[in-house]
Design a protein around this ligand. Sequence first.
Ligand SMILES: C[S@@+](CC[C@H](N)C(=O)[O-])C[C@H]1O[C@@H](n2cnc3c(N)ncnc32)[C@H](O)[C@@H]1O
Length: 199
Amino acid sequence: MNTERLEEIKKQALEEHIPIIMDDTLAVITEKIQKEKKNLDTILEIGTAVGYSAICFTKLLAPNGRIDTIERDEERIAKAKENIRSVGVENQIRIYEGDAVEILPTLEQKYDMVFIDAAKGKYPLFFQEACRMLKKDGIIFADNVLYKGYVRSDYNKHKQRTAVRNLREFLAEIENKEIYQSEVLEVGDGLAIIQLRRN
Ligand SMILES: C[S@@+](CC[C@H](N)C(=O)[O-])C[C@H]1O[C@@H](n2cnc3c(N)ncnc32)[C@H](O)[C@@H]1O
């Protein structure tokens, strides 16, 4: 991988105010995977933006491992393709173009890891689909779940009300200890880590 180019992609995304994964969030995910799971065969990402996190996640893949990532914004898709190619990881990342709400139900594959990083109002739905596609012993990460502190405060302003309400619903769901083993870390804008308990 061309790591100098990766740094340029990060710098450009930050300059253009494109929301990409924060360094400390990426570090937590990397450490968790390396500690528990070693190399992954399949990763699903919901929310590609310009491809930065997907490119970073290729470092977590086993040889021949693959990342599927979903993005609906055409300009970002074009930039992601360019970025992925320029770093030399185009054989490891497949972009699904369109709305994840429509694409997810069509996916039949199973994944070792799912990274949820798209529309906050859709987290309950994304999570339900992630669970359906998760391999036994798989792991789900959901970013930005505390949403600037709104989610765990009494925030009730109109503009983000649906997103906040649905994030609260998502956090309440993963609290179900009989089904999930979960934690929410105050890293970045809040990172949820979930594994399924299976009998
Ligand atoms: C926070 S950014 C993703 C950042 C990226 N994961 C990274 O760290 O480099 C969220 C992206 O999700 C996309 N998005 C939001 N809702 C979506 C949906 N329903 N389907 C597909 N993409 C969506 C947005 O267009 C945006 O580019």
